[in-house]
Design a protein around this ligand. Structure first.
Ligand SMILES: *Cc1c(COP(=O)(O)O)cnc(C)c1O
Length: 391
């Protein structure tokens, strides 16, 4: 029997995450393993926390990567701050809003979901009405970049409303951090989590997290200990932020990878990186529309890092996606939940957000769609994208 040795293909990752990872990040992850309390590793922890504060644009002391993927960040954010009897107002504009509702409901909290059609944003009036109709709301939670729909949720007005009602404001920035502007302190976000495999371009495995003093005061005021030992923020804080007291062994080489990715972000400049995502995302939007395709997310609120586009009538979803993979080595995503079979999701995240990838994807998609009988003007997509890229 031959042994199976892992030797994965080097794909062009243009789906909803993971994104491509820079070689220096992979190299950092292949470094020697130190002890997790080794002075060297502790220095990496300190500097990773500093870089994460810069990326989240916060001064919060408790800013560190939770061990686990983005969903672990979500779970930590809910299970530490909500308990039985609390009320949470949660925006549901896609799959990740639904996941938030599931998290809050499992904790015995009363959930007030604000549901909109997938692809649209939550309007502040609806948040205001929900807050008015409840006696005391502990938390208002929304997803900044809904990866299942491609919509970017404006936060300013919702943040103001949460404050007016003295509720904690929780934001999921899994897909926005490192690709769209995120300003935790300026925007009055009390609790925020992200993930490594989207615009930070690290393999999946960590969930950057930050919480301010107001959130930590609420944590101390809990009636009972939270239900999760592994995700208990007071224990995690004793390990990461204050005493370096052993709680669990940090995934050391994941932290090396995260540190290198955050260093790359600082070297590029956060502002410039966001502009790069904007230019490439807008070029893709222009190219897809020029091909005659329809963008799914609400106009004016489209993500630059993840584009949802409707699958034209008569085109087979799976056939196009497998041809992209087999003939062009490109991964894109299909629709989730109610959008399954209806949209494609094209990511331009972090290291994957390049001019070359925009042009290659437009060429590949045009060629495959035309082969399937889709009528369009050859080259129209690339021409329109080039106009944006050259402006
Ligand atoms: C990907 C994603 C998550 C979940 O992250 P995992 O790493 O898959 O656990 C949560 N929220 C949003 C908005 C996401 O895009």
């Amino acid at each position: 029997m031959t042994q199976f040795q892992v030797n994965p293909p080097a794909r062009i990752l243009l789906g909803p995450g993971p994104s491509n990872v820079a070689p220096s990040v992979l190299l950092a992850m292949a470094s020697s393993v130190t002890g997790h309390l080794d002075p060297y590793f502790q220095a990496v922890m300190d500097d990773s926390m500093r870089l994460l504060r810069e990326t989240f644009r916060t001064n919060n002391q408790l800013t560190f990567p939770v061990s686990g993927t983005g969903s672990a960040g979500m779970e930590a954010s809910f299970c530490n701050f909500l308990e039985e009897g609390d009320t949470a107002v949660i925006g549901v504009s896609g799959l990740f809003g639904e996941r938030m509702v599931d998290n809050a409901a499992r904790l015995g909290a009363t959930v007030v979901p604000l549901t909109v059609e997938w692809g649209k944003i939550i309007e502040p009036e609806n948040v205001a009405a929900a807050l008015k109709s409840c006696k005391k709301v502990k938390m208002v939670a929304v997803v900044h970049a809904e990866t299942s729909t491609g919509a970017l949720q404006p936060l300013a007005e919702i943040s103001r409303l949460a404050k007016e009602h003295d509720a904690l404001f929780l934001v999921d920035t899994v897909t926005s951090l490192g690709g769209h502007e995120v300003a935790v302190d300026d925007w009055g976000i009390d609790i925020c989590y992200s993930g490594t495999q989207k615009c930070l371009s690290v393999p999946p495995g960590l969930a950057p997290f930050t919480a301010n003093e107001k959130a930590l005061t609420a944590l101390k005021a809990r009636k009972k200990k939270g239900p999760s030992w592994y995700l208990d923020l007071s224990l995690l804080s004793d390990y990461w932020a204050t005493g370096r007291l052993y709680h669990h062994t940090a995934p050391i080489n994941m932290v090396y990878g995260l540190h290198e990715a955050l260093r790359l972000i600082a070297a590029e400049g956060l502002e410039k990186r966001i502009q790069r995502h904007a230019r490439n995302g807008q070029a893709l939007h222009a190219g897809l529309e020029a091909m005659g395709l329809i963008l799914h997310a609400q106009a004016g609120h489209r993500l630059n890092v993840l584009t949802s586009v409707r699958i034209p009538d008569g085109i087979n979803d799976a056939r196009i996606r497998s041809a992209l993979l087999n003939e062009f080595n490109i991964e894109i995503g299909g629709g989730l939940g109610q959008l399954k079979g209806k949209i494609w999701r094209i990511g331009l995240m972090g290291h994957s957000s390049t001019e070359a990838n925009v042009l290659l994807l437009l060429h590949a998609l045009e060629k495959l769609l035309m082969r399937e009988g889709f009528k369009g003007e050859a080259g129209a997509g690339i021409t329109a994208a080039n106009k944006v890229l050259q402006s």
